[in-house]
Design a binder for this molecule. Structure first.
Ligand SMILES: *Cc1c(COP(=O)(O)O)cnc(C)c1O
Length: 374
């Protein structure tokens, strides 16, 4: 089909800007293993995010797996998290021999329902892994209060929340650590990539060794680590993209505002609003369809868009606690709001270069699905 619109489109610097950035690599022939670009991106990010330590990774998932491993959590310890997320969050917990305990989400912003966390805490609970879903900020203050009361670690999956601030403080600064994904589809990308951000200086060496086979020095291998290093071409892409982040977010904002103009106030359609004190990054455009009021289901809207060459995404559907790989280990009825939203949500196309005309075309198709209530 001609002129297909995909749900996302990666932000890229100009070809010339990227070539200029990678030119030095042909002088140094240093392509990976914490080279000059890696060092520069790390310090650019520490400044930009206002966080003492940033460790870079080849992707966000390994960043999350590594930081969980670095927390020395007990084998089979319970980790409170949500199922309304990407596979990565739950998989990182399970792959660390930890047990996910699923908490429900809030109806308004789809982040962890903090009022339900304490009832899930047992003597085996060791950590909370909340997700800033769609860039919506979790209740970071209440989560920290609970964590302090019970002595739990807090590791944020902030994959969606790069550039988001709360009362002027970056999402990199909350909890014991925050993980960002710099995957091609995220607001800020390094092609593939990720980072862990934290203030505890004693973690720096450990995380750096862990992403490089546990190698401490040329003749010292301290522990059994993996390989999760970011390479120089990834870092160079990040250095370029970071220069343009403000414009990128401003362009996304314009598209989101148009979506809101066209879709808010329509019965059967629910949009996310702005959160008090939060500077958003406009990462996604989630829309929740109530079939009874709107007259068409999420799946019907998805199909109508697809027929017109427009790719929306059922994100997040299915919930991670229903994945085949878990063979029914979890009870989805324990997270009824997450289940309700996952059956009704659609994220509409959103990226910096999405034109207002295209947003209008998408909204026309969405609204054409609406049937009068009988
Ligand atoms: C993208 C994403 C990740 C994983 O990031 P990768 O860089 O693709 O490995 C983790 N959690 C969430 C919520 C994500 O959206």
């Amino acid at each position: 089909m001609a002129n297909n619109i995909l749900v996302t489109r990666s932000s890229m610097p100009s070809f010339e800007e990227y070539c200029e950035e990678i030119k030095e690599l042909w002088d140094s022939h240093w392509l990976t293993n914490m080279g000059a670009k890696h060092k520069q991106l790390q310090s650019d990010l520490e400044k930009f995010l206002g966080v003492p330590n940033v460790v870079l990774y080849t992707n966000g998932h390994l960043a999350l797996e590594n930081v969980l491993a670095a927390m020395n959590l007990p084998r089979n310890g319970e980790v409170i998290t949500t199922p309304f997320t990407f596979a990565s969050t739950t998989h990182a917990i399970v792959r660390n021999n930890l047990k996910p305990v699923f908490c429900d989400i809030r109806k308004d912003d789809y982040t962890i329902d903090v009022s339900k966390i304490e009832s899930l805490i047992t003597d085996r609970t060791c950590a909370i892994v909340p997700v800033h879903v769609y860039g919506n900020l979790c209740d970071v203050n209440e989560i920290q209060r609970i964590a302090n009361k019970y002595g739990l670690k807090v590791i944020y999956d902030a994959a969606h929340a790069f550039g988001v601030k709360y009362n002027g403080v970056s999402t990199a600064c909350f909890g014991d650590a925050a993980m960002f994904s710099f995957h091609a589809t995220k607001v800020f990308n390094t092609i593939e990539g990720g980072a862990v951000c934290f203030s505890d200086n004693t973690l720096v060496q450990k995380l750096n060794d862990m992403k490089n086979f546990g190698i401490r020095g040329p003749e010292i291998v301290e522990f059994v680590g993996g390989n999760a290093k970011m390479n120089e071409f990834q870092a160079a892409m990040g250095i370029c993209n970071l220069r343009h982040l403000d414009e990128e977010i401003a362009k996304r904002k314009a598209a989101v505002e148009r979506y809101r103009e066209r879709l808010s106030g329509i019965s059967g359609i629910k949009l996310c609003g702005d959160q008090a004190g939060v500077e958003p990054n406009y990462a996604y455009m989630p829309v929740v369809f109530d079939e009874l009021e709107f007259g068409a289901s999420r799946n019907e809207v998805f199909n109508a868009l697809a027929e017109n060459g427009i790719g929306a995404r059922k994100y997040f559907y299915p919930l991670t606690n229903t994945f085949d790989c878990f063979h029914g280990a979890y009870d989805v009825n324990e997270t009824p709001i997450a289940l309700h939203i996952s059956k009704r949500v659609l994220t509409l196309p959103l990226y910096a270069d999405l034109s207002i005309e295209t947003v209008d075309k998408i909204c026309d198709i969405v609204l054409s699905c609406k049937r009068a209530a009988d």
